[in-house]
Design a protein around this ligand. Structure first.
Ligand code: MN
Length: 697
């Protein structure tokens, strides 16, 4: 056995230290919530990202072997497959695996980081940088315990790719051709949008070759391999093919033909789709119109979800800097450090695409910041090692390193300590879905706002109309319509949209469901069709049951839900927002109750003061639960001709002020008041957290 060199031993030690540190910091959340039952299910903490339930659904189906057509379960995705694999080989529960997977996978980031530093002969920089990067604000947020999403490897894999490029170009060793090819293959498998970064890395290598190292055949081998890795399908066949190509390129004799091979690779890359994915992505981010209109059919206009997604907004500098480095000062010094590092080691310029992608966050949304994290961490770590190397004694040198590193880490630790994100669901909500699972069939539909789509499918194994990946304006419209319209229209729309959704899987109709409905019922104006739902129309054949999941939580987003159907689809014109006011912070002032800054309910004459206006109250409703869980309500009609009603949900400490339209909506009637039309709905589950009804038509 060959003894490990001192450098190798130190490399392994630093990786181990940084990895352990990264894992331990992610345990702080667990420590903080130990014993908090509301966050637990099956004896384990639940995850805290909605999208995680998507991968979990796929993994669950892979493990059980159940596949259904058109259930949107992602059994083909890498995240679900890797989860199923770990759940299979590890002796832990499924809940434990998905909770901790992000902790361990994201901490792998420290490996390529230390290896890059090793190649630059500055191992200490690698240790410092990986300590910082592994817990830096945004990287932590997106890879913390329970943040079970593709982010857990989204930076790790490109960092391995970057490492293979840096070391490959520096050493010209053949083996890095294979490491690079595998990184690209795995990255393509893992993440749909891997292309943009890969192509940018390719562009960097091309520039480097053309400007600095034009005659070097290795560079052309490397670039050919890059293009082919991107072009080749990410499966076992592709893997075999890449290994074969590697052995071909490895040989000396191939060098005569290297320019032809490179040319051929370019052609193959373009034939395989080339730049197309990038253009498509750019289109999405650049043309984020709020109203999308279709070219065919009735030319309907829908409300786009992009507008309500917080991520896609402009971010202030401080937030941006905090996300990348933990503190604006660290951030600025990190940039200077990266510039200096690139000046001293030109090879680090290969990391520019990651910095660029990170900076794209300032226009494209916060989630991009994580790409810049490891590179800028190198920047400040390099400065720390440079400063400490000026110290007169070894002791002073290490003291400097430790003090400065702790200083850089501290704001990120503070962030972690204060970042007490809740789980997506609480234990009671999950119980409701598990009970629903017992009564609902796998092919039945549960109607709920898209936020709840993935968790509902995971816990209840049913189908949904919308979810975190299917929430375009035309998908959201019917669900919004159902939740915010009177019971009769809502019930009919529910049956229609479910049957039309299923029918679409079999046919090749391209128009939106709502357009198809309008046309099938003989209307050329969708408004007329929607109006006809109040009449006695013939509904499609019932093929399955439909349930409505109405969580109390949705009360907070009711106005947002309403927006998606509160418009004229024909003209794209938005209608007036309904009156909806929610108060949890009310105060009894004796003669009146302060519901908000300028909203008061006057007890004496039973009126509302809104700003300087005094308006009468139509009804005052008080709801409360009996010991046995039954909902009771006292309804006082005060002024029948008034428009606003007040609902006091006493057990929730919540006041609602609603106009007549909102008051009559399915959500308010069924969730808040349990006032349902027994010819249309059947109450299945009623808990204070959520209510579930079954459609009878
Ligand atoms: Mn299913």
């Amino acid at each position: 056995m060959t003894a490990l060199t001192k450098e190798t031993k130190l490399t392994l030690l630093y990786i181990l230290i940084a990895f352990t540190f990264s894992v331990l910091m992610r345990m702080i959340w667990i420590y903080q919530f130990t014993g908090y039952e509301a966050f637990m299910h099956n004896g384990q903490f639940m995850i805290n990202t909605n999208d995680g339930y998507y991968w979990a659904e796929g993994a669950r189906d892979l493990i059980s072997g159940v596949t259904q057509a058109n259930d949107r379960s992602p059994i083909e995705t890498a995240a679900s497959q890797i989860t199923a694999f770990f759940a299979h080989i590890l002796p832990f529960s499924f809940e434990t695996v998905i909770l901790y997977l992000p902790v361990f996978l994201s901490s792998l980031l420290v490996i390529p980081m230390v290896l890059i530093a090793k190649n630059l002969k500055n191992l200490e920089m690698g240790l410092i940088a990986s300590l910082l990067a592994s817990i830096a604000w945004s990287y932590y947020n997106r890879t913390m315990v329970g943040y079970y999403d593709t982010d857990m490897l989204n930076i790790v894999i490109p960092m391995f790719l970057l490492w293979s490029i840096i070391v490959g170009i520096r050493t010209h060793e053949s083996k890095y051709l294979l490491v690079m090819a595998l990184s690209i293959l795995v990255y393509d498998w893992w993440y749909q949008s891997s292309y943009s970064l890969e192509v940018s890395f390719f562009a960097m290598v091309l520039l480097y070759t053309l400007i600095l190292d034009r005659k070097n055949t290795y560079n052309y081998k490397f670039m050919s391999m890059m293009l082919l890795s991107m072009a080749i399908p990410e499966n076992y066949f592709g893997l075999g093919l890449l290994i074969a190509i590697f052995f071909l390129l490895k040989g000396k004799q191939v060098e005569k033909y290297i320019y032809y091979i490179f040319g051929l690779s370019v052609v193959l890359f373009l034939v395989a789709g080339g730049f197309e994915p990038i253009f498509n992505r750019l289109k999405i981010y650049i043309f984020k119109d709020s109203i999308m209109s279709a070219k065919e059919g009735l030319g309907l206009h829908f409300y786009s979800v992009m507008q309500t997604v917080r991520e896609a907004g402009q971010i202030p500098f401080e937030t941006f800097a905090n996300r990348i480095s933990g503190h604006p000062v660290t951030f600025v010094i990190s940039i200077l450090g990266y510039l200096y590092l690139s000046y001293r080691h030109k090879i680090m310029l290969f990391a520019l695409p990651m910095v660029g992608l990170g900076f794209l966050a300032s226009v494209g949304g916060l989630r991009f910041t994580i790409y810049a994290v490891p590179i800028l961490a190198f920047g400040i770590a390099f400065l720390i090692t440079e400063i400490s190397s000026q110290m007169p004694t070894k002791k002073l040198k290490y003291l400097t390193i430790i003090m400065l590193t702790l200083g850089v880490l501290y704001p990120n630790y503070k962030h972690i300590d204060g970042y007490k994100v809740p789980t997506v669901f609480n234990a009671d909500e999950v119980k409701i879905l598990e009970n629903l699972h017992k009564v609902a069939n796998r092919e039945d539909y549960v109607i709920a706002w898209w936020d709840y789509g993935y968790p509902i499918r995971y816990y209840a194994d049913v189908k949904t109309l919308t979810d975190g990946g299917k929430h375009e304006g035309d998908s959201n419209f019917p669900v919004s319509f159902i939740l915010t319209n009177p019971q009769e229209q809502a019930a009919k729309m529910a049956r229609l949209d479910v049957e039309y959704t299923e029918e679409r899987f079999e046919s090749n109709r391209t128009l939106s469901n709502i357009e198809n409905m309008s046309l099938d019922y003989g209307f050329s104006d969708t408004n007329d069709f929607l109006f006809s739902l109040q009449t006695d129309i013939k509904l499609p054949q019932k093929t399955r049951d439909i349930y409505f999941y109405l969580p109390f939580k949705m009360l907070n987003i009711y106005p947002t839900v309403k927006v998606f159907s509160n418009m004229d689809l024909m003209s794209g014109e938005k209608a007036k927002q309904p009156f909806f006011f929610i108060s949890r912070n009310f105060k009894d002032l004796g003669d009146k109750i302060a519901l908000g800054k300028s909203v008061f309910m006057n007890k004496k004459d039973s009126t509302l003061s809104i700003g300087s206006n005094k308006v009468p109250i139509k009804r005052f409703v008080k709801t409360y639960y009996l010991k046995n869980g039954e909902l009771k309500k006292d309804v006082q009609v005060i002024n029948p001709s008034a428009t606003l009603s007040v609902i006091y949900m006493s057990n929730y400490n919540t006041f609602l002020v609603l106009d007549e339209e909102t008051y009559n909506s399915l959500y308010i009637q069924l969730m808040v008041l349990e006032e349902y039309d027994k010819s249309l709905f059947e109450k299945v589950i009623a808990s204070p957290h959520a209510k579930v009804y079954k459609l009878k038509i």
